[in-house]
Design a binder for this molecule. Sequence first.
Ligand code: KIV
Ligand code: NA
Length: 265
Amino acid sequence: RKPVTVPGLKAMKAEGRKIVMLTAYDASFAAQLDAAGVDVALVGDSLGMVVQGRSSTLPVTVDAMVYHTAAVARGLSSALLVADLPFMSDRDVPTAMDAATRLVAEGGAAMVKIEGAGRICEVIAALAERDIPVCAHLGLTPQSVNKFGGYKVQGKTEQAAAALLADAKAVEAAGADLLVLECVPAALAARITAELSIPTIGIGAGVDCDGQVLVVYDLLGLTPGKRPRFSKDFLAGRDSIQGAIGAYVADVREKRFPSVEHSFT
Ligand code: KIV
Ligand code: NA
């Protein structure tokens, strides 16, 4: 398989081929997702919750992100590697440049992901200016959990939807190459996807995004308690992790996942 590139992702959008993204936190899972044909491996700061057992992503450090990103990089051969800028590492341009430099130079990431718009656009522009590809992240941005008062669907009112669309256009204009939309109504995500030239990747954002992402432990049914509505246990009824990841890849490519039961209206 040829290595997945940033221009390659844009070509996939243009050709209407779905982009498959999945989180990974170590070399073993990275190798599994790469072999299953996943296009993009995301070292999410969700590692704070699913690996470290914390109740939010806020305590995750740049050191932890670099450690896991480097481990994932060693397991990949073709998938594009994206790493999250953790809480407050994007607070100003110099701090964000330092964190992104570490994720790329020490961790081996090809792209960094940043939550939010507004003043974050200045950070996106600075990274883009230095040719560090950026994945923006809008909607339910988990680093804003205390402001939101919980993990809630975003963009539900007409006003909030208009603000989200404006933010999506702003991060694209600032130089983002990719946009994750988390927990937004499917119709709004479809509209944003149609109006942007960069690919959108949904999680709880309906089937009309240009691609999908899941937390790998959710996909394997490892999440304790109530599973998030947008996730699906792909290991149920299958007998291997490779089979579960393969089914996820096929279902995203064939638009069987997410269905309406995994989306918000
Ligand atoms: O941290 C993460 O895993 C993420 C995805 C859920 C998009 O940001
Ligand atoms: Na994240």
